[in-house]
Design a binder for this molecule. Structure first.
Ligand SMILES: Cc1ncc(COP(=O)(O)O)c(C=O)c1O
Length: 382
């Protein structure tokens, strides 16, 4: 199976470890087990004791019940049986798309977004139409254009909400309008919801599975729960036929998830609000720092993100985004992701949910670098 290089992951793999100020990271500042157990008021020693005596088998093949229960509590209408644990959201997306999409199917996806969502269907041999999300539209989907792309045989509309990299959030009304369009073609609506629950005005973010029986949601412990190290995600699905297909594919590529990982996930999701509150407070503080910085930088603009942990910063300088980021890293130690990984040249993706001091220092380094570029080029703008 041929698949295009995964640009954003290749970028992170190549350079992330060289960063002094990593403001490319998309996870809300990761936490240790000690911090997690303190925050959740659980006994870490007792936890290790109970784990230590357990034989390390494949565990519960379809998932540890308390973890599935915790994940299902993040939805309004789901039961634990409708949660399929996976190896991160990356595993969830790969597994669910492989089960959902057939060669020659018609798929609609969006750009910019996480590349799995259009490159995996393409690699399966589907015909993928891209709905471009634009800065002018605040990165909200143009529903007229979406309607014009829809066909009688469209198999699925594949989206990401909140969106990585833009931080745009589709409202319940927008999602319902997309559902109404999908219903006409009896198409699935698949939404990667890995940044759900971090909404900056504290409103509830709807999941597609609560709005549509042919909705599929993927998510994980990595981003809004700060636990990427346990590599645990899930697919939330109501449609019984699709669920059976996913489980069949899962026997081939997953079998089960790690039993220790699932138990840690269960602790974090016993009361998900504890971690969510920590991370909402963090992103709010950091977003206000970022917004102030953007307002002070004449060559930088952005569409202020509504949710999640990332935003696209557009810059008005005659330098390609990759060169910008490579030089920035080399000359200052600050690390960002070039917009060309998302088909958005002359922009940079920032992950602003890092430790607050790292964000401050990273932005400071960027200010100095932008001035340096301006002096070099003797040119105030592109
Ligand atoms: C939109 C989106 N989906 C999925 C993933 C994969 O996350 P994980 O496998 O760590 O859960 C990422 C990671 O950056 C992402 O941004």
């Amino acid at each position: 199976m041929k698949i295009k290089p995964f640009l954003v992951e290749e970028w992170m793999n190549a350079y992330e470890t060289q960063a002094t100020y990593n403001i490319a990271e998309t996870c809300a500042d990761s936490i240790s087990l000690e911090e997690l157990f303190t925050l959740c008021e659980e006994d870490l020693e007792a936890f290790w004791k109970s784990i230590s005596s357990k034989r390390l088998t494949y565990g519960d093949i379809h998932g540890y019940p308390s973890f599935r229960e915790g994940a299902s509590s993040l939805y309004r209408t789901l039961s634990p049986e409708q949660i399929i644990p996976t190896h991160g959201a990356a595993g969830a997306n790969h597994l669910a798309i492989s089960a959902l999409v057939n060669p020659n199917d018609h798929i609609i996806s969006v750009m910019p977004t996480y590349q799995q969502l259009y490159s995996i269907p393409e690699s399966i041999g589907a015909e993928v139409d891209i709905l471009k999300l634009t800065k002018e539209d605040g990165y909200q989907p143009d529903l007229k254009k979406l309607e014009s792309l829809l066909r009688k045989d469209t198999r699925a509309i594949i989206l990401n909400n909140p969106n990585n990299p833009t931080g745009a959030l589709m409202s319940k009304e927008t999602l319902l309008r997309i559902v109404a369009l999908a219903e006409k073609s009896d198409a699935f609506v698949f939404v990667d919801e890995v940044y759900r629950h971090l909404v900056h005005d504290d409103t509830y973010s709807e999941s597609i599975v609560d709005l549509y029986d042919k909705g599929v949601s993927t998510s994980s412990m990595s981003k809004v729960f700060s636990l990427a190290g346990i590599r645990l995600g899930w697919i939330a699905v109501k449609d019984e036929e699709l669920k059976a297909k996913i489980l069949s594919h899962r026997d081939y590529n997953t079998i089960s998830c790690g039993m220790i990982d699932e138990r840690i996930g269960a602790v974090a999701l016993k009361d998900p609000q504890k971690l969510l509150k920590r991370n909402r407070d963090l992103v709010k503080e950091n977003l206000s720092i970022l917004t102030e910085w953007v307002e002070k930088e004449p060559l930088i603009t952005f569409v202020r993100p509504q949710a999640g942990t990332t935003a696209l910063l557009h810059y008005d300088l005659p330098i390609p985004s990759r060169e910008f980021c490579l030089r920035l890293l080399d000359e200052t130690g600050a690390f960002l992701t070039p917009g060309d990984c998302f088909g958005e040249e002359h922009s940079l993706r920032i992950g602003y949910a890092s430790d607050t001091e790292v964000l401050r220092k990273g932005l400071e380094a960027m200010s100095g670098f932008i001035k340096k570029l301006q002096n070099e080029q003797g040119n105030p703008g592109r």
